[in-house]
Design a binder for this molecule. Structure first.
Ligand code: ATR
Length: 276
């Protein structure tokens, strides 16, 4: 039996076990995916375990996406530039770190949304960990310009400076946000504003400001945030965070097994687990 783990914080809940176990079953692979809640102090011993022949590798989620970096043998370009690892691949005892949040985001946009951001003006809200993966993906995809807005402007400035080698990227101040959004084709929200719980029902955008083509929210709970319902009411295309979740999983699955991931099976399993 082959195994994959999710290295998570102690109290995390995840859709990934449902998604990957359904994919293993669909392909007839004798394999199992388990979530493991652990503290940072447990990471070195757990990574040693992953070098064993039974292990495909692991996914890594909050709060360990940064802490695993120095414990790995090699990093993909995306993992290095984003500065975070969400997928570890065990290649005969050698541990590689990858970031499939970036590739998963882009694949979701293209394959699920039918949208190619190349040559487009884009606004991204937020400057945290997810924003780094999204910025990397969009700049690599060849957007014309990526404007970054964040509640704490210093973080948007730091992110823009860090990613400027990869394309045209700039931080946008509060007072310029609405006009920049209206001029853009695509808007991506990576902040937690609108998330189920305390932040539900709020939009991260100034009232009435919408881009021209598509609004993408990386939140999937609720399935339709205030931002997405405002965008749909304005006649725009909308995409929530579930396709990104599915495709980051599909990319990890392909890295581990060498097989093409059954994306539809994974999406249905994630939706079923979410509805539970
Ligand atoms: P993740 O890994 O999901 O990106 P994160 O790194 O904690 O999580 O980033 C959260 C993002 O949501 C940040 O951009 C944060 O803004 P700050 O940098 O100013 O903290 C943004 N965010 C969270 N709550 C917010 C709120 N109430 N209003 C606006 N932005 C908010």
């Amino acid at each position: 039996m082959k195994r994959a783990l999710l290295l998570a914080g102690t109290a995390s809940y995840s859709l990934s076990p449902a998604m990957h176990n359904a994919a293993f079953a669909a392909l007839g692979l004798h394999a199992r995916y388990d979530a493991l809640g652990l503290s940072e102090a447990d990471l070195p011993a757990t990574l040693e375990l992953l070098r064993g022949p039974d292990f495909y590798g692991a996914n890594v989620t909050l709060p360990h996406k940064l802490a695993v970096l120095p414990l790995l043998d090699a990093l993909s370009d995306a993992a290095q530039v984003v500065g975070a690892v969400n997928t570890i691949v065990n290649r005969d005892g050698v541990l590689e770190g990858h970031n499939t949040d970036a590739s998963g985001f882009l694949r979701a946009l293209k394959e699920d949304g039918g949208y190619d951001p190349a040559g487009r003006e884009v606004v991204m809200l937020g400057a945290g960990g997810s924003a780094r993966a999204v910025a990397y993906a969009l700049l690599r995809a060849g957007v014309e310009r990526l404007s970054v807005h964040n509640r704490t402007p210093e973080k948007a400035q730091a992110l823009s400076a860090a990613f400027s080698p990869y394309g045209v990227i700039e931080a946008v101040a509060d007072e310029l946000l609405a006009t920049r959004v209206e001029r853009s084709a695509l808007l991506v929200n990576t902040t937690s504003v609108g998330l189920a719980g305390e932040q539900e029902g709020w939009s991260p955008l100034p009232e009435g400001a919408l881009p021209r083509e598509l609004v993408c929210d990386i939140i999937y709970r609720p399935a339709r945030t205030k931002l997405l319902s405002d965008a749909a009411a304005g006649g725009l295309g909308v995409q929530n965070g579930l396709p990104m979740l599915v495709y980051q999983g599909a990319e990890a699955f392909a890295l581990w097994t060498g097989a093409r991931a059954p994306v539809t099976v994974m999406k249905e399993a994630a939706e079923a687990a979410l509805a539970d």
